[in-house]
Ligand binder design. Sequence first.
Ligand SMILES: Cc1cc2nc3c(=O)[nH]c(=O)nc-3n(C[C@H](O)[C@H](O)[C@H](O)COP(=O)(O)O)c2cc1C
Length: 229
Amino acid sequence: MKRVMLIAMIFALTLSMAACGQITDGGNSSAGTQPLSEDTSVNSLESTQPEASTPSESPSSAAENPSETADGKVLIAYFSWSGNTQEMASYIAEQTGGDLLEIQPETPYPTNYSECGEIALAERDNNDRPAIANLPESIEEYDTLIIGYPIWWHTAPMIIGTFLENYDLSGMEVYPFTQSDSMDTEQFDNSIAFVRENAAGAAVHDGLFARPSNTEAIDAYLSENGLVQ
Ligand SMILES: Cc1cc2nc3c(=O)[nH]c(=O)nc-3n(C[C@H](O)[C@H](O)[C@H](O)COP(=O)(O)O)c2cc1C
């Protein structure tokens, strides 16, 4: 009797171990060996996951995309020799949320004022297009270009022509801004005419002529033109 009971116990134990092995193997090896119900639950998880994640992703994408788009649409490109245009550009970038690009000449201008002046005058008289070291391949992602420069020899520095001429600006809204020592409006007008000549296809709006410290004038210009973030 004892022997019969022992055999029965060993048999029962073997059966239960075999059952455990099946679940583990089935779970780890292949879905094909899984019971249909488990298989279905895997499939239904896979199919519901994207649906479940889509709505939860959508609000955050919707929340992120507009700001990305707003940031991405405005480019503030500027050239500055002694930092004044740079100061304005940084302020404008803060107010508009636009991307900032400093136009850097391939051959830097001398730091000496009169040496720089001589080169700049020759460039203007020859209608040169000095090379840019960091010219972006494309600015197509932007639909607004706010372009800044100092007045050089009664107009815009020729490097602004290099930048503008490099792109097909069709459909681009262009807003020039500048400042100078004399703040002579005729020189400002000359510079706007230069921008218009070189920005083929773009809508060049009336520019901003203000000292960098005149944030009131800058703010007014930006809000009049709907450029404030
Ligand atoms: C090469 C050169 C030419 C300049 N020509 C003029 C000019 O014609 N009229 C003027 O009012 N200021 C002129 N300036 C002065 C600059 O417009 C002024 O210093 C401006 O604030 C410089 O801006 P930035 O610091 O962004 O370079 C000239 C400056 C330089 C270096």
